[in-house]
Design a protein around this ligand. Structure first.
Ligand code: HEM
Length: 421
């Protein structure tokens, strides 16, 4: 039986952290293989890339999630007890709770709320010399996410809660002090939402019917029990936090509008051809956000003659799969039109995970993400005018999440002369 190709470093954690988006695909290319084995945080790990590996990874008879999560990510980004660490029937049941929030009407409701926030912020930006777009998006999206989720956000708490929610994703991949700040933010955010859950259950707060806060606070697990206040808080934050994190993608939308002016011109001209959707999909494919996802092998099996031993940790390369030249022509070229030809495979384009939304761990927030990005593309290309001053727009690939170094500064914000009424 052939051996899974091995990386011969004693541990590759530092190499991974130095280039988290490209480490796996580069090593795979060096080994001439879709997979190789290394040690990450001293633990033996099989790293895989490409659509065939993605199809394998999402076979739930072979892989499980319980125990797969990297500790420091659980203690910051995700929290303990959430849907990400569940398997089988317990996972499907909890996942249905999230999927029930994603109806077209509910998503329209979020777009209306975020649209109002964009309008309010744009008026304030017009009064300032310049703004850092990424930073501004945190509060805009926190207000929209809490309002939509039915979580009360008193004006006096907006800044503090915005900082806490942002730290969960913006500092999750950091080391040192920033990581400890993210852990502290996780504790405070969990406590805040646990309190809200208690108030909903005691009738002190009545969130709108069908809102995330109402559905999750009242959700019952397979035994008919309410979720513990802590787990309910983690799941409500599993809705609010990623909505605020869409600000990373919106910053990339602004970046792409600036770097690829021919795309901007097509967006400015209007959207009769569905171009905005193609543009947003290409932003999700081209730019780095979530590098990889992890699972554990359930029990020994073989794939292409390679042995996968039970309990071995396996990591699937998301960014590299979105740049795999076997699927994507000229993957390093930004080309929205490529999505006219895309076959819709759930394993070749996986910025938010792959497989089936109801059954696999694929992100239930993809429609929201696409909606918020399209709305942002419309505002930035058609509704407001602005000037992009000289700045360092290079993407920092060693950061998690990667961002333009300047965080995208704009100035002279005004209503666009041609803004549609
Ligand atoms: C900001 C853009 C987003 C990115 C890059 C993103 C990415 C991802 C990724 C990579 C996964 C894991 C897939 C896997 O394990 O196989 C995931 C899962 C998840 N996402 Fe998102 N996501 C985003 C937005 C959202 C939004 C807007 C929501 C909800 C409103 C959301 C809620 C979730 C939940 C609850 C899960 C866990 C699903 C499960 O374990 O079954 N995400 N996301």
């Amino acid at each position: 039986m052939p051996q899974v190709p091995r990386d011969n470093r004693p541990d590759a954690t530092l190499a991974f952290l130095a280039d988290p988006y490209r480490f796996i695909s580069k090593q795979c290319r060096a080994h001439g293989s879709d997979l190789f084995e290394t040690r990450l945080m001293l633990r033996k790990t099989i790293c895989m890339t490409g659509p065939k590996a993605a199809r394998l990874f999402y076979d739930q008879s072979l892989f499980m999630r319980q125990g797969a999560m990297i500790g420091r990510i659980q203690k910051t980004l995700l929290g303990k007890g959430g849907v990400q660490g569940l398997d089988d029937e317990a996972h499907r049941h909890r996942k249905q709770m999230f999927m029930s929030l994603m109806t077209p009407e509910r998503i329209e409701g979020l777009m209306a709320t975020s649209g109002e926030e964009w309008q309010a912020r744009a008026c304030l930006w017009a009064l300032r010399d310049e703004i850092v777009l990424y930073d501004e998006l945190h509060e805009l999206l926190t207000r929209a996410a809490c309002a939509w989720a039915g979580v009360p956000l008193p004006e006096a708490q907006v800044r503090q809660r915005t900082h806490e929610i942002t730290a969960l994703f913006d500092a999750a991949g950091s080391v040192g002090l920033a990581h400890w700040r993210a852990r502290w933010a996780r504790k405070r955010a969990d406590r805040w939402i646990e309190n809200i859950v208690g108030q909903i259950r005691s009738g002190q707060i009545r969130p709108p019917e069908g809102s995330a806060a109402s559905i999750i606070a009242e959700h019952r697990d397979l035994n008919g029990e309410l979720l513990s206040p802590h787990v309910a808080a983690v799941e409500i934050l599993n809705v609010i936090r990623p909505i605020v994190a869409v600000g990373v993608y919106i910053t990339f939308v602004a970046h792409a509008l600036h770097q690829f002016p021919e795309c901007r011109r097509k967006l400015e001209a209007g959207d009769d051809t569905g171009y905005t959707e193609l543009f947003v999909q290409e932003v999700r494919r081209f730019y780095p956000f979530f590098p990889a996802v992890a699972a554990l092998v359930r029990g020994d099996f073989e794939w292409r003659g390679y042995r996968f031993p039970g309990r071995r940790r396996v990591i699937l390369d998301l960014h590299g799969t979105n740049h795999d030249a076997r699927t994507w022509d000229a993957p390093e070229v930004f080309q929205p039109e490529r999505f006219r030809e895309w076959d819709g495979s759930p394993f070749s384009f996986i910025p938010q995970g792959g497989g089936n939304h109801d059954v696999n761990h694929r992100c239930p927030g993809e429609w929201i993400t696409i909606g918020l990005m399209k709305q942002a593309a419309d505002v930035l290309a058609r509704r407001i005018g602005y000037y992009v001053p000289e700045q360092d727009l290079q993407l920092d690939y060693s950061r998690l999440p990667a961002l333009p170094r300047s965080r995208f500064i704009i100035c002279r914000v005004r209503e666009a002369a041609s803004a549609p009424v």
